[in-house]
Design a protein. Structure first.
Length: 343
């Protein structure tokens, strides 16, 4: 009887593993297809062989400039920023056990955005200065949220409410900065705030790429501990998880990724909010969804950018398209949570 039960459990685990592998590989393949589409499509459609030759360094009139200078940075920015948004959103939603607890809603993105807008409109800076300011502001926002939400015990609900309040305050700061800024700085700031891959340049991407390369393995290693945190503070502690150390490591890793992604592309709406639930629906439970969530985020950004460029007569920034996708889901989620008495 016991052996039969063990066999059933093992078979179920193998089935979940196969599903995880199938979904992850499918998401990775879709991301590759979208990356190829972004390199090929534009005002002029280039064949695959010309794109490959241009990427290999061969100089082809018209093709090399378009692919290497415009399309490749845009594609890499969308790929890595989307992955960073997806991973960070999934970590916060899982760790805080609430689908509303993502960096867009609880103020982390707004903190990075406020710092970036200040650098753009007041200091007239860009590049590394904006990236550093975004990371520092994101970390400072998390620290303030954590301190304000701590009473006698740590409360997830209190943290989310404090985060929403901080987001409202920081959004007001951003509006004030736009009001007092010089007229010539406003278009750049507004374009950045809308979330856009326009104007992405290769020299701006290394901090974002390295943050994803460095911090993704860290959060993957902590994936099992993250799943245990979802069971609750006491349950995770009883299973041997150092909850404070794990939580701090995950938060710092997530903030670095999302702050640098925000500094590179602007706050692309709802990507961190949608990626985790979509990945969980596709993969199911039993395994860490960190990589699938990141791939879902990358696919959302790449697909939304292609839609914004080619589906309408007027070209729209990627943030507008993701906002149109995410807003109805947010309303539906709030309705469901209200019916269940979770609000």
């Amino acid at each position: 009887m016991i052996n039969q039960s063990i066999a059933v459990i093992a078979a179920g685990r193998r089935q979940r593993r196969r599903r995880w592998m199938l979904v992850t590989l499918s998401l990775a393949a879709l991301a590759c297809i979208l990356c190829c589409a972004m390199l090929m499509l534009g005002n002029t459609v280039y064949p695959v062989q010309d794109v490959i030759r241009a990427l290999s360094g061969e100089q082809i009139k018209g093709v090399s400039f378009a692919v290497q200078t415009i399309r490749l940075p845009r594609m890499l920015a969308g790929l890595f920023a989307g992955f960073a948004f997806g991973v960070a959103g999934y970590i916060f939603q899982t760790m805080l056990r609430n689908p509303l607890a993502n960096p867009n809603v609880i103020g982390i993105t707004s903190g990075s955005s406020a710092a970036a807008v200040y650098c753009i409109t007041v200091l007239h800076s860009n590049g590394a200065v904006v990236s550093i300011a975004s990371v520092l502001a994101g970390l400072a926002t998390v620290i303030v949220m954590y301190l304000l939400s701590r009473g006698k015990t740590f409360s997830i609900g209190r943290l989310i409410l404090v985060g929403i309040a901080i987001q409202a305050m920081l959004d007001a700061v951003i509006s004030y900065l736009l009001l007092i800024s010089a007229q010539q700085d406003i278009p750049a700031a507004l374009r950045w705030l809308g979330g856009s891959l326009n104007g992405s340049q290769m020299h701006e991407l290394p901090p974002l790429i390295w943050s994803v390369i460095i911090f993704t393995p860290i959060v993957i290693v902590l994936g099992k501990h993250l799943n245990m945190l979802e069971l609750g503070e006491q349950s995770a502690s009883s299973l041997g998880v150092s909850t404070d150390k794990t939580r701090v490591t995950l938060i710092v890793s997530s903030v670095f990724m999302i702050a640098l992604a925000t500094a590179t592309t602007g706050p692309i709406a709802f990507v961190s909010f949608l990626s985790g639930p979509i990945a969980k629906r596709l993969v199911g439970t039993g395994f860490s969804n960190i990589i699938p969530a990141g791939l879902v985020g990358a696919n959302l950004v790449l697909a939304a950018d292609l839609i914004g460029q080619f589906a309408f007569e007027v070209r729209f920034p990627v943030g507008i398209i993701t906002g149109l996708l995410g807003a109805p889901y947010l309303i539906l989620l709030l309705v469901r949570m209200n019916r269940k008495g979770e609000l």
